[in-house]
Design a protein around this ligand. Sequence first.
Ligand code: PSV
Ligand code: MN
Length: 425
Amino acid sequence: MKITTDHIQSSNKPLEINHAREFNFLAEKLEKKGLDVEALIQKLQDLQIAIPSWALGTGGTRFGRFSGGGEPSSLIQKIQDVGILHALNRSSDSISLHIPWDIPQNYDAILQTAAEGEIRFDAVNSNTFQDQADQSLSFKFGSLANNDKSIRELAIAHNKEVIQIGEKLGSKALTVWLADGSSFPGQHSFRKTLQNTHESLHEIYQELPNDWKMLIEYKPYEPYFYSTVISDWGTSFLLANKLGEKAFTLVDLGHHLPNTNIEQIVATLMTESKLGGFHFNDSKYGDDDLTVGSIKPYQLFLIFNELVAGFEETSNPASAWMIDASHNLKDPMEDLLQSVEAIKLAYAQALIVDRKSLAEAQGSQDVGQGQEILQEAFRTDLRPLVREAIRQSGGAISPIQSYRELKVRESLIKERGKESKASVL
Ligand code: PSV
Ligand code: MN
């Protein structure tokens, strides 16, 4: 299925009058506050969020998986699905591949499909948290951190291969999420595994093209339950600093213990210009991979508040934005549309924060006023602004409504079959 301009126009038609009324009302309000609405729209249009190749099918838990049908069973189909999302919201212009879950076979066909959907290739992700079918040595007790040199070499070679694949696709970053850790005290030496990890990453870093970044993700627990080698932002930051200027920390929102102040981590990393990327999702208990903004929208806003301020006031380079969620109840495509909308909304709220007054309130220790300023932005309903930004980019006023009206899932089931399952999930 391909979404055409006609599809978008016809599904926008019944919404146009009401949307215009809501947008004009909001635009007047924002302008009265001295905000430049056109500039806000431009910024919102510029924010593009990558879709991971593994989020297009129904996810599962360790207890089961309930597939919804019409899932993309090949990389080409996954790229086509991202093309559908991008046609609807004009905000997801790239796909992030996990290797070897999605090893490109026919590069010409893949690049052509991507070009047809106006899709680029975002960061490529290596995977040393599983053994592949024909693998000579096992990663069961670790990969880049393993005490066995030959196992480390295998993991290093895999990461180098991922870079080579990414180069053929036009990717500009390698994301390393290292699952290595231990499940029991005494299982391994903390110092040794950290040193091994640094040495392994250093070897991979040597292979990184000059215009690439290495994004180092951290996570406190899971799949191991006692310790993880790169467990927190501090360890990731330490490694990124040691490796060099092309290495950065990547923040995945679900990779924090409950109630961690993620916005403060963001601010700290940006102060040191070491924030390289984001994996968006939401969580109640752990790495729940829920729809962005579905549980803690105020936290999401506070994070964006730091991001906006950080990009204005520090020399932190542009970051890679990606959704890293899993959907076992909702249609994955609808879930992704909801996540992108939540991200844009939080960004819009952060953009309208009165930063001058906030700095004044902070300078005069006016605690109450600081809170007022942030909550004024958070409580302003900016949905019409986000919708207008998407509409002006040629997208749907309500991407989800259009997705449903255009019967996208039904068409995909017709094309691919009820039993079609996303590869590797
Ligand atoms: C690990 O939980 C993670 O967040 C990493 O980014 C992986 O690449 C991704 O999820 C998929 O397992
Ligand atoms: Mn992640």
